[in-house]
Ligand binder design. Structure first.
Ligand SMILES: [Cu+2]
Length: 93
């Protein structure tokens, strides 16, 4: 399986997460922390986190510094959704 994204160690990134499904998804990234930078629906908290809820038709840009090398899971915390392939990983090299 190929990574969702390949990031260079120590570099800053903005990743856009978009939910086009009819369900909400608590999306969790292992190994890094991020901030929610911009979204099309809700007022976003400014704290560092590793999990956000993506509601139906919501788009959120997250910002992070890729400071932890390795392959890190990026997945929905709803197990049934992981079974429908809402799970992957990012690679930091
Ligand atoms: Cu989900």
């Amino acid at each position: 399986m190929a990574p969702v994204a390949e990031l260079k160690l120590g570099r800053p990134y903005v990743l856009r997460l978009r939910n086009e499904s009819p369900n909400s998804h608590p999306i969790h990234l292992h190994g890094q922390v991020f901030r929610q930078l911009r979204g099309n629906k809700l007022k976003l908290p400014s704290n560092w986190t590793d999990t956000i809820v993506l509601n139906r038709r919501e788009t959120i840009n997250i910002g992070l510094v890729a400071d932890n090398p390795g392959d890190w899971a990026l997945h929905c915390h709803v197990v049934e959704h992981q079974k429908t392939r809402l799970a992957g990983f990012i690679r930091v090299i």
